[in-house]
Design a protein around this ligand. Structure first.
Ligand code: ZN
Length: 326
Protein backbone atom coordinates (compact mmCIF):
# COMPACT_ATOMS: atom_id res chain seq x y z
CA UNK A 1 0.00 0.00 0.00
CA UNK A 2 2.94 2.35 0.46
CA UNK A 3 3.16 4.97 -2.22
CA UNK A 4 6.43 5.45 -4.01
CA UNK A 5 8.03 8.63 -5.13
CA UNK A 6 6.97 11.98 -6.42
CA UNK A 7 4.98 14.88 -5.15
CA UNK A 8 5.21 17.74 -2.70
CA UNK A 9 5.64 17.35 1.06
CA UNK A 10 2.73 16.45 3.30
CA UNK A 11 2.02 17.10 6.97
CA UNK A 12 1.77 14.37 9.57
CA UNK A 13 0.19 15.15 12.95
CA UNK A 14 0.41 12.96 16.01
CA UNK A 15 -2.37 14.10 18.33
CA UNK A 16 -1.80 12.59 21.76
CA UNK A 17 -3.34 13.10 25.16
CA UNK A 18 -0.12 14.67 26.45
CA UNK A 19 1.69 16.04 23.39
CA UNK A 20 0.90 17.16 19.89
CA UNK A 21 3.62 16.67 17.28
CA UNK A 22 3.57 17.73 13.66
CA UNK A 23 6.08 17.02 10.94
CA UNK A 24 6.60 18.12 7.37
CA UNK A 25 7.43 14.94 5.48
CA UNK A 26 9.03 14.78 2.04
CA UNK A 27 8.06 12.19 -0.58
CA UNK A 28 11.06 10.06 0.42
CA UNK A 29 9.65 9.97 3.99
CA UNK A 30 12.32 12.26 5.44
CA UNK A 31 11.00 14.57 8.15
CA UNK A 32 11.99 18.07 7.01
CA UNK A 33 10.80 19.92 10.11
CA UNK A 34 9.03 19.21 13.38
CA UNK A 35 6.79 21.14 15.79
CA UNK A 36 5.71 20.10 19.25
CA UNK A 37 3.38 21.46 21.96
CA UNK A 38 1.66 20.19 25.07
CA UNK A 39 -1.92 19.14 24.36
CA UNK A 40 -4.54 21.48 25.82
CA UNK A 41 -6.34 18.34 26.96
CA UNK A 42 -9.07 20.02 28.97
CA UNK A 43 -10.04 22.92 26.72
CA UNK A 44 -11.94 21.17 23.94
CA UNK A 45 -11.72 20.89 20.15
CA UNK A 46 -11.02 24.48 19.05
CA UNK A 47 -8.05 24.75 21.45
CA UNK A 48 -6.67 21.48 20.08
CA UNK A 49 -7.06 22.72 16.50
CA UNK A 50 -5.24 25.97 17.37
CA UNK A 51 -2.38 24.02 18.97
CA UNK A 52 -2.12 21.64 15.99
CA UNK A 53 -1.82 24.67 13.70
CA UNK A 54 0.94 26.13 15.90
CA UNK A 55 2.81 22.81 15.62
CA UNK A 56 2.27 22.70 11.85
CA UNK A 57 3.51 26.26 11.39
CA UNK A 58 6.56 25.56 13.56
CA UNK A 59 7.34 22.44 11.52
CA UNK A 60 6.90 24.33 8.25
CA UNK A 61 9.09 27.15 9.53
CA UNK A 62 11.88 24.73 10.42
CA UNK A 63 11.55 23.13 6.99
CA UNK A 64 11.79 26.58 5.36
CA UNK A 65 8.33 26.11 3.85
CA UNK A 66 4.86 27.68 4.10
CA UNK A 67 1.33 26.31 4.28
CA UNK A 68 1.02 26.62 0.49
CA UNK A 69 3.90 24.19 -0.08
CA UNK A 70 2.17 21.06 1.24
CA UNK A 71 -0.37 18.89 -0.57
CA UNK A 72 -2.23 17.12 2.23
CA UNK A 73 -2.22 16.35 5.93
CA UNK A 74 -2.79 13.24 8.00
CA UNK A 75 -3.74 13.12 11.66
CA UNK A 76 -3.41 10.24 14.10
CA UNK A 77 -5.97 10.82 16.83
CA UNK A 78 -7.30 9.00 19.86
CA UNK A 79 -10.77 7.71 19.22
CA UNK A 80 -13.28 6.36 18.60
CA UNK A 81 -13.45 8.23 15.31
CA UNK A 82 -15.62 8.53 12.26
CA UNK A 83 -12.69 8.07 9.90
CA UNK A 84 -14.59 8.93 6.71
CA UNK A 85 -15.95 12.19 8.15
CA UNK A 86 -12.73 13.07 10.03
CA UNK A 87 -14.63 13.41 13.30
CA UNK A 88 -13.43 12.54 16.80
CA UNK A 89 -16.60 10.98 18.19
CA UNK A 90 -15.40 10.89 21.74
CA UNK A 91 -12.13 11.16 23.60
CA UNK A 92 -11.95 11.40 27.37
CA UNK A 93 -8.20 12.10 27.13
CA UNK A 94 -8.82 15.13 24.90
CA UNK A 95 -12.12 16.32 26.48
CA UNK A 96 -13.64 16.21 23.01
CA UNK A 97 -17.00 14.98 21.73
CA UNK A 98 -18.11 14.97 18.08
CA UNK A 99 -15.37 17.36 16.98
CA UNK A 100 -14.72 17.53 13.19
CA UNK A 101 -10.95 17.84 13.46
CA UNK A 102 -10.42 16.73 9.84
CA UNK A 103 -12.72 19.28 8.16
CA UNK A 104 -11.58 22.07 10.52
CA UNK A 105 -7.88 21.42 9.88
CA UNK A 106 -8.57 21.07 6.16
CA UNK A 107 -10.30 24.47 6.09
CA UNK A 108 -7.42 26.08 7.99
CA UNK A 109 -4.63 24.59 5.85
CA UNK A 110 -6.46 24.55 2.52
CA UNK A 111 -5.51 20.93 1.81
CA UNK A 112 -7.32 17.59 2.20
CA UNK A 113 -6.90 15.93 5.60
CA UNK A 114 -7.08 12.25 6.51
CA UNK A 115 -7.78 11.34 10.15
CA UNK A 116 -7.14 7.87 11.51
CA UNK A 117 -6.82 6.07 14.81
CA UNK A 118 -3.55 7.07 16.52
CA UNK A 119 -2.17 3.62 17.21
CA UNK A 120 -3.19 2.38 13.81
CA UNK A 121 -1.24 5.30 12.37
CA UNK A 122 1.80 4.56 14.53
CA UNK A 123 1.61 0.85 13.75
CA UNK A 124 1.36 1.55 10.05
CA UNK A 125 4.40 3.83 10.29
CA UNK A 126 6.38 1.06 11.96
CA UNK A 127 5.13 -1.44 9.39
CA UNK A 128 6.10 0.61 6.34
CA UNK A 129 9.18 2.45 7.59
CA UNK A 130 10.23 1.05 10.97
CA UNK A 131 10.79 -2.27 12.73
CA UNK A 132 8.07 -4.01 10.67
CA UNK A 133 9.59 -2.99 7.34
CA UNK A 134 9.85 -5.87 4.91
CA UNK A 135 7.25 -8.04 6.68
CA UNK A 136 3.66 -8.65 5.58
CA UNK A 137 2.17 -9.92 8.83
CA UNK A 138 2.83 -7.73 11.84
CA UNK A 139 1.38 -7.21 15.28
CA UNK A 140 2.28 -3.78 16.69
CA UNK A 141 1.58 -2.90 20.32
CA UNK A 142 2.16 0.51 21.88
CA UNK A 143 2.51 0.67 25.64
CA UNK A 144 1.99 4.17 26.94
CA UNK A 145 -0.71 5.91 28.97
CA UNK A 146 -2.96 3.21 27.52
CA UNK A 147 -2.15 0.26 25.26
CA UNK A 148 -2.98 0.45 21.60
CA UNK A 149 -2.20 -1.77 18.70
CA UNK A 150 -2.45 -2.50 15.06
CA UNK A 151 -2.69 -5.82 13.25
CA UNK A 152 -1.37 -6.07 9.71
CA UNK A 153 -2.11 -9.14 7.63
CA UNK A 154 -0.90 -9.58 4.08
CA UNK A 155 0.16 -5.94 4.11
CA UNK A 156 -3.24 -4.61 5.10
CA UNK A 157 -4.43 -3.19 8.40
CA UNK A 158 -7.07 -5.41 9.97
CA UNK A 159 -9.97 -3.02 10.55
CA UNK A 160 -12.82 -5.45 11.07
CA UNK A 161 -16.48 -5.11 10.13
CA UNK A 162 -16.89 -2.03 12.33
CA UNK A 163 -13.56 -0.39 11.39
CA UNK A 164 -12.61 -0.48 15.08
CA UNK A 165 -10.69 -3.76 15.25
CA UNK A 166 -7.16 -3.88 16.60
CA UNK A 167 -7.88 -2.83 20.18
CA UNK A 168 -5.10 -4.99 21.57
CA UNK A 169 -5.18 -3.25 24.96
CA UNK A 170 -8.63 -4.58 25.70
CA UNK A 171 -7.94 -8.26 25.40
CA UNK A 172 -8.87 -9.79 28.75
CA UNK A 173 -5.75 -11.35 30.26
CA UNK A 174 -7.28 -12.13 33.66
CA UNK A 175 -11.00 -12.76 33.96
CA UNK A 176 -12.53 -10.57 36.66
CA UNK A 177 -9.19 -8.73 37.07
CA UNK A 178 -8.45 -5.05 37.53
CA UNK A 179 -11.06 -2.56 36.34
CA UNK A 180 -10.18 -1.01 32.95
CA UNK A 181 -10.94 2.49 31.67
CA UNK A 182 -13.15 0.88 29.01
CA UNK A 183 -15.56 -0.37 31.66
CA UNK A 184 -14.51 -3.99 31.43
CA UNK A 185 -12.36 -5.92 33.88
CA UNK A 186 -9.03 -7.67 33.43
CA UNK A 187 -7.96 -6.03 30.14
CA UNK A 188 -4.25 -6.04 29.25
CA UNK A 189 -4.34 -2.23 29.53
CA UNK A 190 -5.56 -2.48 33.12
CA UNK A 191 -2.41 -4.46 34.00
CA UNK A 192 0.35 -3.16 31.81
CA UNK A 193 -0.27 0.46 30.76
CA UNK A 194 1.63 3.32 32.35
CA UNK A 195 -1.59 4.29 34.12
CA UNK A 196 -1.91 0.80 35.60
CA UNK A 197 1.75 0.73 36.67
CA UNK A 198 1.44 4.21 38.22
CA UNK A 199 -1.68 3.22 40.18
CA UNK A 200 0.09 0.17 41.57
CA UNK A 201 3.17 2.18 42.55
CA UNK A 202 1.04 4.78 44.35
CA UNK A 203 -0.82 2.02 46.18
CA UNK A 204 2.48 0.41 47.19
CA UNK A 205 3.80 3.74 48.49
CA UNK A 206 0.98 3.84 51.05
CA UNK A 207 2.15 0.59 52.60
CA UNK A 208 5.92 0.90 52.48
CA UNK A 209 8.65 3.22 51.30
CA UNK A 210 8.36 3.67 47.54
CA UNK A 211 10.11 6.84 46.32
CA UNK A 212 8.71 6.48 42.80
CA UNK A 213 5.14 6.12 44.10
CA UNK A 214 5.65 9.22 46.23
CA UNK A 215 7.01 11.11 43.23
CA UNK A 216 3.92 10.17 41.19
CA UNK A 217 1.72 11.52 43.99
CA UNK A 218 3.73 14.78 44.04
CA UNK A 219 3.77 15.29 40.28
CA UNK A 220 0.38 13.82 39.45
CA UNK A 221 1.79 11.50 36.79
CA UNK A 222 4.43 8.86 36.07
CA UNK A 223 7.13 9.66 33.56
CA UNK A 224 8.39 6.67 31.58
CA UNK A 225 11.96 7.91 32.07
CA UNK A 226 11.53 7.91 35.87
CA UNK A 227 10.19 4.37 35.74
CA UNK A 228 13.15 3.23 33.65
CA UNK A 229 15.60 4.93 36.02
CA UNK A 230 14.00 3.26 39.06
CA UNK A 231 14.33 -0.12 37.33
CA UNK A 232 17.98 0.58 36.47
CA UNK A 233 18.57 1.46 40.12
CA UNK A 234 16.91 -1.83 41.07
CA UNK A 235 14.10 -0.25 43.09
CA UNK A 236 12.40 -3.52 44.09
CA UNK A 237 8.82 -2.24 43.78
CA UNK A 238 9.44 -0.70 40.36
CA UNK A 239 11.17 -3.89 39.17
CA UNK A 240 8.29 -6.02 40.44
CA UNK A 241 5.65 -3.86 38.74
CA UNK A 242 7.51 -3.77 35.43
CA UNK A 243 7.91 -7.55 35.51
CA UNK A 244 4.20 -7.91 36.23
CA UNK A 245 3.30 -5.60 33.33
CA UNK A 246 5.61 -7.53 30.98
CA UNK A 247 4.06 -10.82 32.08
CA UNK A 248 0.54 -9.68 31.22
CA UNK A 249 1.67 -8.13 27.95
CA UNK A 250 3.16 -11.51 27.08
CA UNK A 251 -0.07 -13.30 28.01
CA UNK A 252 -2.09 -11.09 25.68
CA UNK A 253 0.40 -10.93 22.83
CA UNK A 254 1.15 -14.66 23.02
CA UNK A 255 -2.53 -15.39 22.52
CA UNK A 256 -2.66 -13.02 19.58
CA UNK A 257 0.39 -14.68 18.02
CA UNK A 258 -1.35 -18.04 18.26
CA UNK A 259 -4.34 -16.66 16.37
CA UNK A 260 -2.68 -14.43 13.78
CA UNK A 261 0.72 -16.02 13.25
CA UNK A 262 2.66 -12.82 12.50
CA UNK A 263 6.25 -12.76 11.33
CA UNK A 264 7.10 -10.10 13.87
CA UNK A 265 5.66 -8.48 16.99
CA UNK A 266 6.71 -4.83 17.23
CA UNK A 267 6.46 -3.21 20.65
CA UNK A 268 6.63 0.54 21.04
CA UNK A 269 5.18 3.38 23.08
CA UNK A 270 6.81 5.56 25.73
CA UNK A 271 6.97 2.89 28.44
CA UNK A 272 8.41 0.17 26.21
CA UNK A 273 10.98 2.45 24.58
CA UNK A 274 12.14 3.84 27.94
CA UNK A 275 12.51 0.36 29.45
CA UNK A 276 14.09 -0.98 26.27
CA UNK A 277 15.50 -4.43 25.45
CA UNK A 278 15.20 -5.98 28.95
CA UNK A 279 11.46 -5.20 28.94
CA UNK A 280 11.09 -6.63 25.44
CA UNK A 281 12.89 -9.79 26.56
CA UNK A 282 10.52 -10.23 29.51
CA UNK A 283 7.49 -9.76 27.27
CA UNK A 284 8.83 -12.25 24.71
CA UNK A 285 9.63 -14.79 27.42
CA UNK A 286 6.09 -14.57 28.80
CA UNK A 287 4.55 -14.67 25.32
CA UNK A 288 6.58 -17.74 24.34
CA UNK A 289 5.05 -19.61 27.26
CA UNK A 290 1.69 -19.09 25.50
CA UNK A 291 2.77 -19.62 21.94
CA UNK A 292 2.10 -23.11 20.61
CA UNK A 293 2.17 -22.19 16.93
CA UNK A 294 5.88 -21.41 16.59
CA UNK A 295 7.91 -24.49 17.57
CA UNK A 296 10.95 -23.24 15.63
CA UNK A 297 10.82 -19.86 17.40
CA UNK A 298 11.00 -18.00 14.13
CA UNK A 299 8.55 -15.25 15.13
CA UNK A 300 10.51 -12.15 16.07
CA UNK A 301 9.92 -9.69 18.87
CA UNK A 302 11.39 -6.24 18.24
CA UNK A 303 11.26 -2.77 19.69
CA UNK A 304 9.66 -0.12 17.53
CA UNK A 305 12.36 1.79 15.70
CA UNK A 306 10.81 5.12 14.69
CA UNK A 307 10.53 6.43 18.26
CA UNK A 308 8.58 9.66 18.53
CA UNK A 309 8.32 9.91 14.74
CA UNK A 310 6.10 6.81 14.29
CA UNK A 311 2.85 8.77 14.58
CA UNK A 312 3.96 11.68 12.40
CA UNK A 313 5.33 9.39 9.69
CA UNK A 314 2.33 7.04 9.79
CA UNK A 315 -0.07 9.99 9.51
CA UNK A 316 1.94 11.34 6.57
CA UNK A 317 1.67 7.93 4.83
CA UNK A 318 -2.11 8.00 5.16
CA UNK A 319 -2.14 11.56 3.78
CA UNK A 320 -0.02 10.54 0.78
CA UNK A 321 -2.15 7.46 0.09
CA UNK A 322 -5.28 9.63 0.17
CA UNK A 323 -3.69 11.84 -2.49
CA UNK A 324 -2.69 8.84 -4.58
CA UNK A 325 -6.26 7.54 -4.53
CA UNK A 326 -7.41 10.98 -5.65
ZN1 ZN B 1 -10.42 -2.38 28.59
Amino acid sequence: MAVQGGGPPVIGVDLGGTKIMAGVVADDNQVLGRGKRNTPAKEGGPAILKTILECVDEALDRAGLGRGDVAAAGVGSPGPLDVDAGVILYSANLSVKNYPIGPELSAALGVPVRVNNDVRVGGYGEYVLGAGRGYGDVIAAFVGTGIGGCLIQNGRIVTGATNNAGEIGHIVVKAGGARCGCGSKGCMEAFASKTAIANRLVKASKKRSCPLGEKILRKGRLKSGDLAQAVREKDPIAVREVERAAFYLGVGLGGLVNVFGPQIVVIGGGVALALGQPFLDLIAESARQQIITDPGKVIKFALASLGDDAGVLGASLFAREMLARG
